[in-house]
Ligand binder design. Structure first.
Ligand SMILES: Cc1cc2nc3c(=O)[nH]c(=O)nc-3n(C[C@H](O)[C@H](O)[C@H](O)COP(=O)(O)O)c2cc1C
Length: 357
């Protein structure tokens, strides 16, 4: 292995595992470079990439390589600490692709053992790995052998379905194999996002492990996350849908955890946040791609604003940054905030994303 860490020093930075250092979860279609940078500016202490297919890396799929995009070493905004999430159920493929990732400077990894999307599960990847623990361990060992002990985390669910509760045995075996941390989204794969995340399993996980446990699942607000840390004793939390709705959730969580009171929502701050997201998206892609991305994020950011329906309708066909600016000026006003929320207008269109792991 060639050590190119000096060519990408930011990738060597270790992700912190402390309660006051919240992580951005791996989010397919969302945790891309611009969104990670935005979340970092709002207090995310570590970020995960979107899940990257090991097979896609093996076959040099261009779409897969794009997911590896990170900041150049001399960029003013460092994309660090960064955890590269992989999915794959073939230990030989993992062993083949991992050295190339190390050559590119990646040092911290995660294996997706929680995704329940049919396309992923039917190839034996994601949450299907809970049904063949020996194979899962072989894949884990392949990653750890190349990356080193303590450098790979594993993100899992409770198991495949009620009656197949595999998380404890899986976590203990992964710990023995040299895992750096375990993230648990305490739902069964078959539940998708239904029901409630069973946080009591997080407490049991913390008690069972000597390595850090990270919480995922139903962390929609800063207050949820503070409660989760206090109730379960996890090392830290990973925001997923909570960050997709509000990238400022990381700062809010840090303030709340330290005993402070985060500021209430504010039109000027939200406008500035959306403008900054657009600026970051434009810095890393063309205007059309950037605007398509903004069309997936902005409806989430503004969903509690009364004028949101008109804004969302117009956003749906907006590929022009000037028009987005105009829409923000017209609809995201202090008056709109002062009038209060419109619960009837919450997001429903992204439900296919939420049927994910
Ligand atoms: C749109 C979307 C994409 C996701 N993509 C991934 C992924 O690539 N890898 C992964 O391990 N989990 C993925 N997840 C699961 C989240 O990381 C997280 O575990 C889950 O959303 C539970 O946390 P929450 O209830 O706080 O949102 C995804 C979730 C959503 C909603």
């Amino acid at each position: 292995m060639t050590d190119t860490a000096s060519a990408a020093p930011h990738l060597a930075v270790a992700p912190p595992l402390r309660a006051d250092a919240p992580w951005l979860a791996p989010l397919a279609g969302y945790s891309d470079l611009p969104f990670r940078l935005l979340c970092r500016e709002h207090g995310a202490a570590a970020c995960c990439t979107e899940m990257v297919s090991a097979k896609g890396l093996l076959y040099h799929s261009p779409g897969t390589r794009e997911l590896l995009a990170t900041t150049p070493p001399d960029a003013p905004l460092e994309d660090a600490p960064l955890v590269l999430q992989l999915f794959g159920a073939d230990a030989a493929i993992m062993r083949t692709v991992m050295p190339g990732l190390l050559e590119q400077g990646f040092r911290w990894f995660d294996l997706n053992m929680g995704c329940s999307v049919p396309k992923v599960v039917k190839t034996g990847c994601g949450s299907a790995m809970s049904r063949d623990m020996d194979n899962a361990l072989a894949v884990a060992r392949a990653m750890i052998e190349v990356a080193g002990e303590g450098r790979v985390g594993f993100k899992m669910r409770l198991g495949w379905q009620a009656g197949e509760e595999t998380w404890r045995e899986m976590a203990l075996r992964l710990q023995d194999a040299g895992a750096g941390w375990i993230t648990l989204h305490p739902r069964f794969a078959r539940q998708g996002f239904g029901g409630e995340a069973r946080w009591s399993a997080l407490r049991d996980l913390v008690a069972a492990l000597s390595i850090p446990a990270i919480a995922s699942g139903d962390l929609f607000t800063a207050a949820d996350a503070v409660r989760c840390v206090r109730e379960t004793g996890v090392a830290t939390v990973m925001f997923a849908r909570g960050a997709m709705n509000n990238p400022a959730i990381f700062d809010e969580y840090r303030v709340l955890l330290a005993g402070g009171q985060p500021p209430p929502p504010d039109a000027d701050r939200l406008r500035a946040l959306i403008r900054r997201h657009l600026e970051l998206a434009l810095a890393h892609s063309g205007e059309r791609t950037a605007m398509l991305k903004m069309r997936t994020f902005v409806p989430r950011y503004v969903r509690h604003i009364p004028g949101v329906r008109a804004l969302r309708n117009r956003l749906a066909s907006c590929l022009d940054r000037a028009l987005l600016e105009e829409l923000l000026e017209t609809h995201l006003t202090p008056q709109a905030f002062a009038e209060g929320g419109d619960s009837a207008d919450t997001i429903t269109t992204v439900s296919n994303g939420e049927s994910r792991p």
